[in-house]
Write a protein that binds this ligand. Sequence first.
Ligand SMILES: [Fe+2]
Ligand SMILES: [Fe+2]
Length: 258
Amino acid sequence: MKILIVGDVFSKLGRTSFEKNVKKIKEKEKIDFIIVNGENTSHGRGMNENHYRWYMDQGVDVITLGNHAYHNKALFNIIDDVNNIVRPYNFPAGSPGKGYTTNNLKGLKITVLQVIGKVFMNQDNYDPFKAAQEVLDNVKSDIYICDFHGEATSEKIAFAYAFDGKIQVIFGTHTHVQTNDARILEKGTAYITDVGMTGALEGVIGVKKEIIIDRYLNDGMQRFSPQNTGQTQFSAILVEIDENSKKAANIDIINVIE
Ligand SMILES: [Fe+2]
Ligand SMILES: [Fe+2]
C-alpha cells in the first residue's frame, strides 16, 4: 500500500499548494492513505473546523498536529468528536483530543500516533520515548506510523533507532525544513528527520521574512503574519508498505517548488 505524508501545511499558500499537488499525485500514483500535519493550516496557527472539512473533501485520512495544536480555539468544537485528528500523545494528561488513531485498511490495522520532542520544546510534555512505548504496549496494530514533532535532529534520529523495526514509519515534523535523509533503517523502519513544510518558499518557515529579520536585528515586535505571496513549496514523502511482510518497502522524498 502507498501512503502519502505531507509536511506542515502553512496558511493560504500551503493550502493552495496542498490542493494542487495532492490532486496531481493521486492521479499519478495509487495512494491508499493520506496523512497531513495540519498544525499551521489556519493562518499559520492551528486549524479551524472549515479547514478540517476541506481536508476531508480531499481524501485525507489522518491529520496530525503539534505544538500549535490548540492555537485555534475553533478546533475544540470538533477535536473530541472526530477520530482522525491526532495531537501529541505525550501532552500533559487531560489534554483535549487523542494521541493516536487506528484505521482498517486492506484487512490491516494501521495506527497513526504523534509524539512531541523535549529538546528545545515545552518541558511540560512527558517523555516521547516512554509515550511511544506505551502506545505499542497498549494498542494492537499491524502497522504503526509515528509523527515525531520535534526541533532537534538528534532526538528524532535517536527515537528512530530506538523504535526501528517496531514502528514501520517514523517521520519528523515541526522544523518546516525538509531533510535529505529519507531511508529504510536496518530493522525495516522507513524514516525521515523532517518532511518539511508545505507553504511559502519566500518566508521564514512560513512567516513574512521582514518580520523575523526585524526581530533579530532590532528586537522588533511586529505581529506575526504569514508570507502569502510568491513561490510555494510542497513537501511530502511517499512510503510503500509491503502488505504481506507488513514492513516498509520504500520511502521517497517529494519536494515541488513552483
Ligand atoms: Fe509546524
Ligand atoms: Fe510545530
